[in-house]
Design a protein around this ligand. Structure first.
Ligand SMILES: *Cc1c(COP(=O)(O)O)cnc(C)c1O
Length: 447
């Protein structure tokens, strides 16, 4: 109860970011870099991390009480925003029945049926706890099914921190991967062939030259910023995989259940052999999956001989969150998310003009995803993305955070609008974005 006296003498508010700073100082000697996953540290935009107290719909509230319109949304899973009451209830109802059994439960059969109903390529599915694990398992299956070892991936694509896929290309031509991190065996990276995204000639050359177990691709890459395929490129992937005798694997960890009910394959009607899913499928709890044609998936133990297992796979809490998340994703939801993304993307294009950045920044978008690239020309591959003005992006992000908008803290990540982002939130975002563009020019940090 507030009394007149206490209203007259409010406690002095803590200095901005005091508690975040304190927690970061405590975290640094306890957690590498003070965090449990690198981008959260915000080093790419030259500032310290923000410690989160809670989320509400489209907003994050940090430990210092600052509110932000959140466009990270846990890097994709929160398509319904934070703490959606029905999802929270589904999880707590499940938790009351026991958190894990290491035995089958009814929910996972329902979730599998729901996935199969939505994703064109998937007849059978195996749940895992992370996208990384799902990728690793899909590659093992592809190698078992083809009797081959080499995997073709695209430069700038991210498929989790799987050893062999932490490999990057040189420039231009297809190259055999060199490890992108210490600790990755050379042999693992060597089995990875890296080709520039959207480069038809390099793809044809590589698929003529190497015997591949699989071509793995994010159908709409979103880990070098959002770089959609050029017309016909996904069709070429399908054709070249068939020509080569390789499986085509779509990593739909980001695009799955987001860009359309059945992901990018649903939108493009290019159907892969195997599909990797994650993020949205767990509704904010740890869940991922891989799936495909029955005859391939029946190679997985105990139906078949390819071993793969997980103590928490198909965890009942994660399954409950995933099921409720999918249940709430009806046709209306997809139309709404597409419209919100369009409002935001068009508004950001206008903010670029109004803020004085026309010709120096642009927006790439598909329903549910967008990236503001600090570069004049359209980004078609990783080399283009890497050529963006990352200092300007960093300055703009810092300016957005100061104005109550929480963007992904890297030029190489996508924005994740959610169904909790209403028009008022988008308007607040666009006002902040315009002011942030003007501010970074005014203080010279982006010029
Ligand atoms: C996030 C991501 C992964 C890895 O998923 P984790 O759950 O973080 O292991 C794999 N592929 C893509 C496309 C991703 O965006």
């Amino acid at each position: 109860m507030s009394t007149r006296a206490s209203e007259e003498t409010p406690p002095a508010p803590p200095p901005a970011a005091a508690r975040s700073a304190e927690l970061y100082a405590r975290a640094l000697p306890l957690l590498p870099g003070g965090v449990n996953s690198p981008v959260r540290a915000m080093r790419a935009i030259g500032r310290d991390p923000i410690f989160v107290a809670r989320g509400e719909g489209c907003e994050l509230i940090d430990v210092d009480g600052n509110r932000y319109v959140d466009y990270v949304c846990s890097w994709g899973p929160l398509i319904h925003g934070h703490a959606h009451p029905e999802i929270v209830r589904a999880v707590s109802d499940a938790a009351a029945l026991g958190t894990s059994f290491g035995a089958p439960t009814p929910g996972e059969v329902e979730l599998a049926a729901e996935i199969v109903a939505r994703v064109p390529s998937v007849e059978m599915v195996r749940m895992t706890s992370s996208g990384t694990e799902a990728t690793m398992s899909a590659l093992r299956l592809a190698r078992a099914a083809t009797g081959r070892e080499a995997i073709l991936k695209f430069a700038g694509a991210y498929h989790g921190h799987v050893d062999g896929l932490l490999a990057e290309a040189g420039s231009g031509l297809a190259t055999q991967g060199i490890p992108a991190s210490p600790g990755v065996p050379e042999a693992a990276a060597k089995a990875t062939i890296v080709v520039p995204w959207n480069d038809r000639d390099a793809l044809v050359a590589a698929t003529n030259h190497y015997e591949l177990a699989a071509i793995v691709a994010e159908p709409y890459p979103a880990n070098m910023g959002l770089v959609p395929p050029q017309p016909g490129f996904l069709e070429l992937l399908r054709e070249r995989a068939d020509h080569n005798g390789a499986l085509l694997i779509f990593d739909e960890v980001i695009t799955g259940f987001r860009v359309a009910p059945g992901g990018a394959q649903d939108r493009s009607q290019v159907i892969p052999d195997l599909t990797i899913m994650g993020k949205v499928i767990g509704g904010g709890l740890p869940a991922a999956a891989y799936g495909g044609r029955r005859e391939l998936m029946e190679r997985i133990a105990p139906a078949g001989d390819v071993y793969q297992a997980g103590t928490l796979s198909g965890n009942p809490l994660a399954v409950a969150a995933g099921l409720k998340t999918l249940e709430l994703l009806d046709a209306t939801a997809y139309a709404t998310l597409a419209r919100t993304t369009e409002l935001l993307a068009d508004g950001l294009r206008e903010a670029i003009r109004a803020g004085g950045w026309f010709g120096r920044a642009h927006v790439a978008s598909v329903p549910g995803l967008l990236t503001v690239f600090f570069r004049r020309d359209r980004v078609k591959d990783y080399a283009d993305a890497a050529a963006c003005d990352r200092d300007a992006y960093a300055a703009w992000c810092r300016a957005l955070l100061a104005r109550g908008v929480y963007p992904p803290a890297s030029q190489f990540e996508a924005w994740f609008p959610s169904l909790a982002h209403d028009e008022a939130a988008v308007e607040r975002t666009l006002a902040a974005a315009t002011a942030a563009f003007a501010a970074i020019d005014a203080d010279g940090s982006g010029a």
